[in-house]
Design a protein around this ligand. Structure first.
Ligand SMILES: Nc1ncnc2c1ncn2[C@@H]1O[C@H](COP(=O)(O)OP(=O)(O)OP(=O)(O)O)[C@@H](O)[C@H]1O
Ligand SMILES: [Mg+2]
Length: 104
């Protein structure tokens, strides 16, 4: 059985600004294996949250290109109803500044 849990291939997440699209996540490829913890480091505005939002399917109007494979299902192409069933079980996110959202 494959040890891969999450595989992101050439993910580009772009926002429409004026007449053009601007990439906040530009061609990201990574693999997260089972029992592995992966940290993503970068300066403010480098796209860490935009990447996490892309995996969770939480962007409203972004253009998502590439593949986000979880157990061989492409989250980027999954209907929201199906993605919703994975959230909280296979996928979860602790948002930035969690103390504003969670009871300590
Ligand atoms: N919904 C949006 N529409 C347009 N631009 C956006 C949107 N969300 C994020 N951006 C832009 O995308 C870029 C990446 O932002 P992001 O929030 O992912 O950075 P970050 O690495 O998480 O920063 P920080 O360390 O401050 O949390 C920034 O230039 C930001 O302004
Ligand atoms: Mg962030």
């Amino acid at each position: 059985m494959s040890n891969k849990l999450l595989e992101i291939k050439n993910l580009t997440t772009s926002f429409r600004i004026g007449d053009g699209y601007y990439a906040a996540v530009d061609d990201v490829t990574l693999t997260l294996n089972k029992n592995e913890v992966l940290g993503i480091v970068g300066e403010s505005g480098s796209g860490k949250s935009a990447l996490a939002f892309s995996v969770m399917g939480l962007h409203n109007r972004a253009k998502i290109e590439g593949e986000i494979l979880l157990k061989n299902n492409d989250l980027a192409k999954m209907p929201h109803s199906k993605l919703n069933k994975l959230r909280g079980d296979d996928l979860a996110m602790i948002f930035q500044d969690p103390l504003t959202a969670l009871n300590p």
